[in-house]
Ligand binder design. Structure first.
Ligand code: GDP
Length: 528
């Protein structure tokens, strides 16, 4: 069957890291191997460098770049690889969390000198919650950094992973001689020449002979033997099933900038990383090889051109084959939709295509129909799960600054929220609107986009909210719940899907409230 063949050759993954660990550089080298780009520098770095900027054009420009690199598809050997971009900047963490619902595995990049950093911790935690298979790449081995064993320990401690090295460095920094590939049993010598190819690796099946001494010198050879013995003694043997269940994480070492250790990573990746996996919906688990198409929206991106307000919705194909011009059910609105120009994404371009398979990302033009999390099917009523909202970190009232444009403002707010730029809460008491974001930068983006895309003006006003919790009474008819609603009326709001939300003004008052109302459940994500 063609579809099985197509499914089995797809690898859809994300690269996650703290900013500056080398994600962009690694992505670019991976694309080079696929022949998808001709030269370095082609992958735009989409990180937002400043946390607060009043230079709106800069925000726009950076947003535009991030759409260009949202999905990078290329072929390597017989494998179709889709890399989904995951912004490392913390203000865009929610975008990254949502993208992680569309990947089948991830590669985590760690800087050898800095070790495990804050964003890496957060993102890996999300991957672990979903049992996503993880490969670790320790980058910048050409620089002085932490001792390999120390770093492996740190990764286990801080990230809660269970690692096993599949390659091991010979020296580091100034003395970096290369890596021993435990997976393929060969030595790749480091020359510092990024053009040097892996053809130059030397097969070393038996480390006890002096073949290795001749390559790297006796001292280094002895150290390597000792270290590999230690590796064998301390770390478990690699097991592909444990890796796929998210219970064991293989580790590679290299230097992305020098294109060193990257091919080893990629060759192992295409062999072990899982093809598209089944996905849970609200009614049943859907397998990729089912004949009927299903998919879900995990990202929406606005058009860069302010004259066209259309957007691009990114749909992950979960099962069956997506076809151009075939009607699909948009489950939330119960409407059939047809798409005449669905896009596929390649390294440097997007292109209209006729069919797409599980694991692929389809870009659909949208004039405001889609919302993040929406499901498309061939008629079955089901909804994919797993795109929750978390409590925002920042809260502000949003006010209309141009009374003549209130319609535009409301429309703009609604559409920006559908894109997942921020979360909207409407106070129960007086219908005032509150915008919650992960980072302060979003407020500027929203204000700018409301003005330029919708012709509306807004202003913000501070409000003291510490955290949003989604409320679920064990018994909605109970006296306790009625009292809660009456006493806490000032702090109650509805989110965009009309779920009841409690806006706690401090950690203390949240705890007091939880204690006082034991039969009300306070959820910290919107999906429960
Ligand atoms: P990102 O923020 O994770 O996408 O990181 P980048 O790929 O932009 O890399 C951050 C900086 O580290 C850039 O200046 C890179 O040139 C540099 N860099 C990336 N990989 C290496 C490496 O292997 N060795 C060294 N010395 N620098 C590297």
């Amino acid at each position: 069957m063609k579809i099985n063949k197509e499914i089995n050759r797809r690898r859809t993954f994300g690269i996650v890291s703290h900013p500056d660990a080398g994600k962009t550089t690694l992505t670019e080298k991976l694309l080079l191997f696929g022949g998808a780009i001709q030269e370095a520098g082609a992958v735009k770095n989409n990180k937002i460098k400043k946390t607060a900027t009043s230079d709106f054009m800069e925000i726009e420009r950076q947003r535009g770049i991030s759409v260009a690199t949202s999905v990078l598809g290329f072929e390597y050997k017989t494998i179709k690889i889709n890399i989904l971009d995951t912004p490392g900047h913390k203000d865009f963490a929610e975008d990254t969390f949502r993208t992680l619902t569309a990947v089948d595995s991830v590669i985590v990049v760690i800087d050898v000198a800095k070790g495990v950093e804050e964003q890496t911790e957060k993102l890996v935690k999300v991957c672990r919650m979903r049992n996503i298979p993880i490969i670790v790449f320790i980058n910048k081995m050409d620089r002085e950094g932490k001792d390999a064993f120390e770093l492996l320990d740190e990764i286990e401690q801080k990230l809660g992973l269970h690692v096993t090295p599949l390659s091991f460095p010979i020296g580091m920094g100034y003395d970096f001689k290369g890596i021993y590939n435990i997976w393929e049993k060969n030595v790749n010598l480091f020359t510092g020449d990024p053009k040097k190819d892996i053809e130059d690796t030397v097969q070393v099946n038996d480390l006890s002979t002096d073949e290795i001494d001749e390559l790297i010198g006796t001292d280094s050879a002895d150290t390597l033997r000792e270290e590999l013995e230690l590796v064998q003694g301390v770390y478990p043997e690699f097991n592909i099933d444990e890796y796929k269940r998210g219970e064991l994480q293989p580790v590679f070492f290299g230097s992305a900038l020098n294109n060193f250790g990257v091919r080893e990573l990629l060759d192992c990746f295409i062999e072990i990383a899982p093809p598209p996996r089944p996905k849970q919906s609200d009614i049943r688990e859907i397998r990729p090889e089912e004949d009927k198409f299903t998919g879900f929206v995990f990202k929406i991106h606005a058009n860069m051109d302010p004259r066209h307000r259309d957007r691009l919705a990114f749909v992950k194909v979960v099962s069956g084959k997506f076809e151009r011009n075939k009607p699909y059910l948009h489950v939330r609105s119960n409407k059939n939709l047809k798409f005449s120009s669905p896009n596929a994404f390649f390294a440097e371009r997007k292109e209209v295509v006729d069919e797409m398979f599980p694991g692929d990302i389809v870009g659909l033009h949208d004039t405001g129909t889609f919302k993040i999390g929406d499901t498309l099917t061939e008629g079955e009523i089901l909804q994919y799960k797993g795109i929750p909202n978390f409590s925002p970190e920042h809260f502000r009232y949003i006010n209309n600054a141009d009374p003549m444009k209130s319609k535009q403002l409301n429309k703009g707010i609604e559409q920006l929220m559908d894109e997942g730029v921020a979360q909207l809460f409407t106070l129960e008491l007086n219908n005032r609107k509150i915008i919650g974001t992960v980072g302060a930068l979003q407020y500027e983006v929203i204000q700018y986009r409301l003005e330029h895309e919708y012709g509306a003006k807004c202003s913000y006003e501070n409000i003291n909210v510490h955290k949003a919790c989604w409320i679920e009474p064990k018994d909605p008819k109970s006296e306790e719940f009625k009292e809660f609603k009456r006493v806490k009326a000032k702090f109650l709001a509805h989110d965009k899907s009309d779920q009841l939300v409690f806006l706690a003004d401090s950690e203390f008052s949240l705890q007091m409230t939880q204690q006082k109302y034991p039969n009300i459940i306070f959820h910290f994500t919107s999906e429960f």
